[in-house]
Design a protein around this ligand. Structure first.
Ligand SMILES: [Cu+2]
Length: 119
């Protein structure tokens, strides 16, 4: 379902640019792509993502590089803990309600790390 939502949002973004509809129709359209993180074999892309309070980040698992997870780590877990299941495909989403720098990693591949900066 998240794949469909993201795809539709991107399509809407292209449509808005194409036909020049006022940005007020969908004020967050320019940052939609920045809130999606790709989960690949050994890395999260982008590894750092900057969002605003209340934004939702969706991690998309590429489905062809084994099983991975998104697991919060470090001091920020005191503010907000999040963890996905270990899976090969699909997606995981989390909404961030408090400002901070949230570190996370794939516990199956500890060298794969990322951070979400919430302002
Ligand atoms: Cu992994």
């Amino acid at each position: 379902m998240n794949v469909i939502r993201v795809t539709l949002s991107c399509a809407a973004a292209v449509l808005l640019v194409t036909i020049g509809t006022p940005a007020t129709a969908q004020p967050d359209v320019n940052t939609v792509s920045e809130r999606t993180v790709e989960v690949t074999r050994l890395a999260f892309r982008p590894a750092t993502i900057r969002i605003q309070i209340g934004d939702t980040v969706t991690w998309m698992f590429d489905g062809n590089s084994g099983e991975h997870n998104v697991t919060a780590t470090g001091p920020s877990t005191a503010l907000d803990y999040f963890a996905s299941e270990t899976m090969s495909g699909g997606s995981y989403s989390h909404t961030f309600g408090r400002p901070g720098t949230y570190m996370y990693r794939c516990t199956e591949h500890p060298s794969a790390t990322g951070q979400v900066i919430v302002r």
